[in-house]
Write a protein that binds this ligand. Structure first.
Ligand code: NOJ
Length: 764
């Protein structure tokens, strides 16, 4: 709010706002520009105009990064009119987009339209579950649809480019941005990356209801040391090629239109200036022909990293390394021309960058009609449509993970008295999560609203204790209540009276996301105190955990019989949760990240390497094995874990050889008395290899709905694609030898067989 009003005040005081006419949105205005293809346009462009295409400014209404000193509105408008800007971010809504586009099209010499980017990360106006939550569905069709819907709303609002998907693998729940990714596994992460790119872009980028996707942050950002945002990363070749890069490669294979580099330095080189990553691997080996945008100010920040002597040097390093567009650093606009004139930058590099950007504008159809995304009628019809709301609710249901349900506390029985307690019970803002800038504040359905519809239960809703002390905002620190205990006594008194307690606790939606790293993975503020106080008088508790990351739920696991991981589920949060609590929907989500026993286990991930001493000594008093003296090694809830209201069993694991791999079959049976979906997971371990391999690696999964007593034989095929790995230099190997093959309902509960891979020479 503060930033927004400052920006508006600046526009007014700078006297530029009144010079901009808002044109009527009713008639689509064809582009007045003379356009006969990108190559011909390039020939007509001056060096300034080409460099202009490489600049991206943030708009005047929202900021999603530190607002730079040089970025004042008057100068931005001046440069827009001079054709020195290629793209804007944070301009949204048909009216605003049209207004800015009109400047580019009608007031600049060549009339080249702008592309409008925005962080559409989990929905645009209708907010879907945070990406980590959606990943728990392991449902690629649902994730693709969720991305498609986000694109539809964004496109209807004038946008044509989103900075998503974030495909950074991360193993550290302290890092706030885990909420934005697909978790810790590169196989699952790659499938999700592909689904998201296809959902956002559709089959045809020029369709006015699709937008360009952006694979980010290339690369390694998720490995920030200590989980501290923007921190240094140290990543070996093995980890880079086997863990970090595969989801990015999946985006390229899915036809992603753009890439974003990042803030982090990797092994001493900021990735924004990393030529090996951008020029050699991405634009070279992977033959990616789209454009790369920097992250917000990340070109200028190379100076602060200590990698560039000054801004000019940072610009030189960025362009040489392959960064095509400068987001909010103002470095390219200031120094690129001089760098060319001094002979330090070959003009061909400028042509190449401008060409990539213009090609995208061409593919989006902006040269045909620069206002094609600016249709007020479409905006009104698409945003928040009934169809979108229903699909968002369905995605929310699928994202929930039932962590435990010991005494079948869920679904709850009708005709009971139930106290629903916790600071997130009635909260309509926090479930919207972190990246929801175009979402309306307080627009989520709360748990209270969702449950109140069920009249057969005698509900009481109590806050118990406040979570935050001040209004929350995307750009501001979230202030947590550490002292005010008002409400605890009332909650305890009510809990004593009722048959059943439901507690809704967790993090505020603004405690994860960008710049929200934590050193503790507990319930923030006074929530643990509230939980223990209620538990002391009524242990019959169903705990609903809302968080943007895995929390340490050790105490809860020991004392609470039923725990549900509800993340931040977006607009339809309360409706989806109510359906699960009442048994109208049987949850099937499985964790995409390991949940720790202690924050000291970070980084924690299932696909770790063995040590030389992985198991306990025969004499348990002897210390010489890889362990902590005060905690178990394993996760509290491992990757792939998630229960159901029904039960599933696995039998009859069979493995047979093919010419270069294996066929794996297993029988899955629904042994409970409710229909339910199960996500069956296939893991391998290459027991001995020229580079050590993880003790388990996900290599397949399948989601099936089974009726009670129904069985199904599930078949997986393992080929060179699944059985091989990259060495430290990035060369792919597939080696013969023994493999463990494991199948089951989580990374820990598996049946195991061992088989030998022998390549059969098929040459006659
Ligand atoms: C910085 C973030 O790291 C990036 O993911 C985002 O797209 C940009 N800001 C633009 O808001």
């Amino acid at each position: 709010m503060i930033l927004v009003s400052v920006a508006i005040a600046c526009i007014v005081s700078c006297g530029t706002a009144n010079k901009i006419d808002i044109i009527e949105n009713k008639v689509l205005v064809p582009s007045p520009i003379k356009y006969d293809g990108v190559e011909s346009l390039l020939k007509r462009m001056t060096l300034d105009e080409k460099i202009g295409q490489m600049n991206q400014y943030s708009g005047f209404w929202n900021a999603t990064g530190p607002t730079p000193k040089d970025g004042d509105a008057a100068q931005k408008y001046k440069n827009l009119k001079s054709g020195l800007v290629g793209s804007m971010l944070n301009v949204r809504g048909v009216e605003q987009v049209r207004k800015i586009q009109k400047i580019a099209v009608e007031e600049t010499r060549l009339g080249i339209p702008l592309i409008f980017g925005f962080d559409v990360i989990h929905g645009y106006s209708t907010i879907s579950p945070i990406p980590l939550a959606e990943s728990a569905s392991w449902d690629m069709d649902a994730i693709k649809l969720s991305s498609k819907i986000a694109a539809m709303e964004a496109a209807a609002s004038g946008l044509n480019w989103t900075f998503a998907p974030m495909v950074d693998i991360s193993r550290d729940a302290r890092w706030g941005r885990v909420m934005e990714g697909a978790g810790e596994d590169p196989y699952l992460g790659s499938k999700i990356a592909e689904a998201r790119v296809k959902g956002l872009q559709g089959d045809n980028l020029s369709d006015p209801l699709t937008i360009a996707a952006c694979a980010k942050h290339f690369a390694g950002y998720g490995f920030a040391e200590g989980g501290r945002e923007y921190n240094t990363t140290v990543i070996s070749g093995d980890i880079l090629h086997n863990i970090v890069l595969p989801p990015f490669k999946a985006c390229v294979d899915a036809g992603v239109a753009t890439f974003m580099n990042g803030f982090n330095q990797m092994n001493g080189i900021p990735v924004t200036g990393h030529a090996k990553l951008q020029r050699k691997i991405l634009k070279g080996h992977w033959e990616y022909d789209g454009m790369i945008v920097s992250d917000w100010g990340s070109i200028g920040e190379m100076k602060v990293h200590g990698y560039a002597a000054n801004e000019k040097d940072a610009g030189l390093k960025a362009i040489l390394a392959g960064s095509d567009m400068d987001m909010e650093s103002y470095v390219y606009e200031k120094y690129l021309k001089t760098l060319v004139e001094e002979g330090k930058v070959d003009v061909e590099l400028i042509d190449d960058a401008a060409r990539r950007i213009l090609n995208l504008k061409h593919e989006l159809g902006l040269f045909e009609d620069p206002y094609k995304y600016c249709d007020v009628e479409r905006e009104a019809r698409v945003i928040g449509s009934n169809e979108i709301i229903l699909a968002t609710r369905n995605m929310a249901r699928k994202s929930v993970v039932l962590l435990k349900n010991k005494n079948r506390g869920l679904p709850i029985k009708a005709n009971k008295s139930v106290a629903v307690i916790g600071p997130l019970v009635s909260d309509k803002n926090s479930p919207l999560g972190s990246w929801r800038i175009a979402g309306k504040d307080n627009s989520a359905i709360s748990v209270e609203e969702g449950l109140s519809k069920y009249k057969a239960v005698d509900w009481t809703f109590l806050q118990g204790v406040q979570l935050t002390t001040e209004p929350t905002h995307f750009v501001l620190e979230t202030k947590i209540n550490e002292n005010n205990r008002t409400g605890i006594l009332e909650a305890v008194a009510k809990a004593k009276e009722v048959d059943q307690v439901i507690m809704v606790l967790g993090e505020h939606g603004y405690q994860s996301g960008e710049a929200r790293s934590r050193t503790k993975l507990n319930f923030p503020g006074l929530q643990q105190e509230l939980l223990e106080a209620v538990h002391a008088v009524n242990p019959n508790i169903i705990l609903i955990v809302m968080s943007g990351r895995p929390l340490d739920l050790s105490w809860a696991d020991e004392h609470i019989p039923t725990i549900v991981q509800a993340w931040q589920l977006g607009t339809e949060s309360g409706n989806a949760l109510a359906e699960i609590i009442m048994g109208e929907y049987n949850p099937s989500g499985k964790l995409p990240m390991s949940f720790p026993r202690s924050v000291g286990q970070m980084p924690l991930y299932y696909n770790c390497k063995s040590t030389g001493r992985p198991t306990q000594e025969e004499n348990p008093d002897v210390v010489f094995w890889s362990h902590y003296i005060d905690e178990e090694n394993s996760a509290l809830y491992p990757f792939g874990h998630g229960e159901s209201f029904t039960t599933f069993t696995y039998n009859d694991l069979k493995v047979s050889n093919t010419s270069s791999g294996f066929i794996v079959t297993i029988q899955l049976t629904n042994t409970g008395n409710m229909a339910g979906e199960e996500i069956t997971q296939l893991y391998i371990r290459d027991i001995s290899a020229s580079i050590t391999r993880p003790i388990k690696e996900l290599k397949g999964f399948e989601k099936n709905m089974l009726q009670p007593d129904e069985s199904k034989i599930i078949t997986f095929t393992l080929t060179d694609k699944e059985l091989g790995f990259y060495d430290n230099e990035g060369n792919y190997h597939v080696e013969d030898g023994m493999f463990d093959i494991m199948v089951g309902g989580s990374s820990e509960k598996v049946l195991k067989a061992t088989a030998e891979r022998i390549t059969v020479d098929m040459t006659p």
